[in-house]
Design a protein around this ligand. Sequence first.
Ligand code: FEO
Length: 378
Amino acid sequence: MGAIDWDRRLFDELIPLPDGTSYNAYLVRGSERTALIDSADPAKSEEILAQLDAVERLDVLVIQHVEQDHSGTLPAIVARYPDVRVVASPKAAPMIAHHLGLPEDRITTAEDGETLSLGDRTLEFVHAPWVHWPETMLTYLREEKILFTCDLFGSHLATSDLIAIDRPRVYESAKRYFAEIMMPFSSLIKGHLEKLAAYDVAMICPSHGPIYDDPDFIIDAYRHWVLDPPKNLVVLPYTSMHGSTRQMVDHLIERLAERGVRVEPFNMTVTDLGEYAVRLVDAATVVFATPTVLVGPHPNIVFAAYLTGALRPKLKHGAVIGSFGWAGKAAEQTQALCASLKVEWLDPVFTQGLPRRETFEALDALADEIAARHEGLT
Ligand code: FEO
């Protein structure tokens, strides 16, 4: 059940959705009770309510995650089925009250590992905090070996394919989704993957994007994204106002390529943030390139640096290069904006106005240093 949002192009007023998205909900009919797992974004309430016209009695509504794209139709569902039991994790209960207006005493909380019988079918709740909020839980349908995972393993992909049959497309979409939503919680996801290894899973049903009838496809992908060492890749977010920084960027790209280092430059004036985020999953080094505006980095690079810090990728090294008109502290301020990164900062390279011979020599030295640090990376 749920809805495909073919036309949505932005999530959280931040994340580009080039392929739309879906809000999946799942109806589980047991011999004694019927449960709905998740609902849909409020913008799609009418669609899911129309689907529920075929469901005379709904006994249980499982809220795996309180973010509104999955829980937003809860008030309308509760209004239609006043006796429905709303089940959520203990952490979710007050959040449901705050975000959706349902009183806490209307919510039945489920502890980690607790089960709920629907008669001939059993739901087991598996707490999985921080994928994507602290209250999130997964649901395991024991008899069918189906794991419902809400945001975890999802993809922002509107498709008529119920099952992930177009694997290259789903892989790219799921990786982008991982980068944008899950990467900040990589260390916790590692624990969740270990916990889930104890479950016999025949099918994974996320609440965004298609279903996985081969769970190993997406579980193995997550293992790589979370556990693999970074690759021989530099991401280079940049902005240039009058061309000086652009000349430096072009020079550095050439010199890195000559040394066998892969580079992905991103012009932050026009770049798709999702494309930038997905390259951060694998990159070993980030180089910010910025002109100086007043005394600090250009606002595009302020945003890039803040975002990079917030996404907490596996980066090991960082550098800031750029230009200034008369003075400035763009390098220090850029580094401070992503202080949460565990990177070793290399010496910045800045020029007053146009880059000169010594600027290019300093960039050559930076390329040498990065290449040396990438030695052995694949
Ligand atoms: Fe798809 Fe965190 O909501």
